[in-house]
Design a protein around this ligand. Structure first.
Ligand code: PHB
Length: 388
């Protein structure tokens, strides 16, 4: 090799990795892959992988690289991981977040680094206010709790006991359900809470039974529904005539089919059912199951799927520019079809606007599903709407 060629080869060899690095957009995906919330991590990760498999890893001339980190469900761990992803890996976007305290712990880092924080799986209303860089594709608990209260009153339920997990989304569910139910003429006899970590439902279920309400309104996070239902039956509450009403977190597609026939007839409100009747959802469920050993996608998975779609469409709008402020500006007001139905990002609050469906658990083709029978279209987060 003559000297000129050698120099050229060296120059190309040196330049190539730098140019490559510049063309790669890294997304730091922080999820609870182990611990109590592991089913959420699994669902969101599977949806992100399916999105990449179907849409490819190139968008707006950039190569997308997703770096998955397990926060184990612990906020301090998530915070450290977010810092490392921003400082060492130079991610352009932080995404995931399977629990409210984790989304909140990472928000100051998003603000400081000016990096979008795409919240795919946490539902406390206030999360979007924790940083101007938060954009949510998940849901809020008030979105499903308020329609549940409205339906209950219209269907003859007058006295309710509420039972929620004692942290952000549970408190939002309790408060928003109670406010709407009371405003429409109902009475909340008792408001019961259980700890997020290793909850024992027996004592509160006894209290609920003693109070003799028309219905028990329940929120527990995705992954805890089956255990709740088991104790509901063990305590004999299914024999008391007290109706079970819930947010769809309880009758979660991830666990529903294993809950048993006792949940048939349970009315609940939520943003997504694997049984949602659309061509897009049928294709989504089929592809998801095929890629994941038959696993049924749940509402957490669509938060992940739509979070990736939001990132891709924002990058198209910025022509591949990764400046955080530009990306968030591009995300505001964006609208698209999701497996859950039509959705958009409220340009004022950066929160999700979506249909809420009233559903009844039914047996379809031998399996339990949440079957939608009424739609409340384009629901904005009621907590933020009330503040205006
Ligand atoms: C949350 O932490 O915000 C959260 C977790 C699980 C749910 C809903 C909300 O099902």
């Amino acid at each position: 090799m003559i000297r000129r060629e050698l120099l050229l080869a060296v120059a190309v060899g040196l330049a190539a990795p730098a140019a490559h690095a510049q063309e790669t957009v890294k997304i730091g995906l922080i999820l609870p892959m182990t611990g109590q919330q592991a089913s959420t991590g699994k669902q969101v990760d599977a949806a992100v992988k399916l999105f990449l498999a179907q849409k490819g890893n190139m968008v707006a001339g950039k190569k997308i690289e997703v770096i998955l980190k397990d926060d184990t469900g612990v906020p301090d761990v998530a915070k450290r991981l977010a810092q490392e992803l921003v400082v060492n890996d130079k991610v352009a976007i932080l995404a995931g977040f399977g629990l409210t305290p984790i989304a909140l712990a990472v928000a100051p880092i998003a603000t400081q680094a000016k990096v979008p924080e795409v919240v795919m799986a946490a539902g406390t209303s206030s999360i979007t206010e924790a940083s101007p860089f938060v954009v949510r594709t998940a849901f809020t608990l008030a979105q499903s709790s308020v329609p549940m209260a409205e339906w209950s009153i219209k269907n003859g339920i007058k006295k309710v006991v509420t039972l929620v997990s004692d942290f952000g989304p549970g408190i939002d569910a309790e408060k928003s359900f109670t406010e709407k139910f009371k405003a429409d003429g109902g009475t909340v006899i008792e408001s019961l809470r259980v700890p997020l970590r290793s909850p024992d439902f027996s004592p509160v279920l006894q209290k609920a039974a003693d109070a003799k309400p028309d219905a028990l309104f329940v929120f527990v996070p995705s992954g805890a529904g089956a255990q709740f239902v088991k104790q509901f039956v063990e305590r004999g509450l299914d024999k008391t005539g007290i109706k079970l009403i819930a947010t769809g977190d309880v009758t979660d597609d991830d666990q529903l089919n294993g809950m048993g026939d006792v949940v048939i007839g349970v009315i609940n409100a939520h943003n997504y059912s694997a049984n949602h009747d659309s061509a897009m959802n049928k294709a989504y469920v089929e592809a998801f199951r095929k890629a994941n050993n038959g696993l049924r996608p749940n509402f957490m998975s669509v938060g992940g799927w739509d979070g990736m779609n939001l990132i891709y469409e924002a990058l198209k709008k910025t022509n591949g520019a990764t400046d955080g402020e530009k990306l968030v500006a591009a995300m505001k007001g964006m609208a698209w079809e999701s497996p859950r139905g039509p959705i958009s990002i409220d340009p004022e609050t950066r929160d999700i606007v979506q249909n809420i469906y009233i559903r009844k658990v039914e047996k379809v083709g031998g399996e339990l599903y949440n079957v939608e029978f009424a739609t409340i279209p384009n629901v904005k987060d009621p907590v933020k709407a009330a503040k205006k």
